[in-house]
Ligand binder design. Sequence first.
Ligand SMILES: [Zn+2]
Length: 237
Amino acid sequence: MRRDLLGRIQKVFLLVSILLILVIGVLAAQDAGLPWATGESLAGLLPSAPKPPHIVLISGHKGNDSGAVCTDAAGTVTVEEADVNAAVAERVAGLLRQKGDEVDIFDEFDERLQGLMADVLVSLHADSCVAYSGYKAAHRDNAPSAADSLLLACMDERYPAATGLVYHPDTITQDMIDYHVFRKIDRSTPALILEMGFLGGDGRLLTEGADTVAQGVADGISCFLTASSPERTPAAP
Ligand SMILES: [Zn+2]
């Protein structure tokens, strides 16, 4: 009985000794400033900034064709869609890069589209030379994800707010919803094709007002990135 008690006391002593040695060790390490021992410096070991979102813009028709081509009464070319798309894409990229986002501008049939995994993809196009006015946006028709729907909702809220253009739903074509890019990229990449306006009725806004158009596109993308990642703080007004 007594032997049993002694044995237990010995065990307790051994445990207390081990604990003491551990505590002394940690205290000594803190003194020496070793990072694992101090709570604050642990944060310093983790990556300080989250990876910036990767945004892909497609400059519609770039590297392939000129898209819609408008001419005046004399038959002289006044504006080509691909030029309008490229000018806006450059401006959108500039606005988003200012926020620290990583932005790539792709050609219409860019090889990098195959299996692309990005945080967001927006393809920029402009509509024909007819005298209509309005924009329209579409995501993949085939089983769109929640992220696709969120991106579309953000664009439908922010793009008209910035540009003053109305939604023009009647002219969403099969080419838009069955867009070749939707079939190439990875399904996890939220994607959208945007017809920014008509070269006819909105020609002036699309050319002289390219900064305003770009702001609308950038706002739509930033809205989506903020809504889909809660740790990303909204931009200061
Ligand atoms: Zn186009």
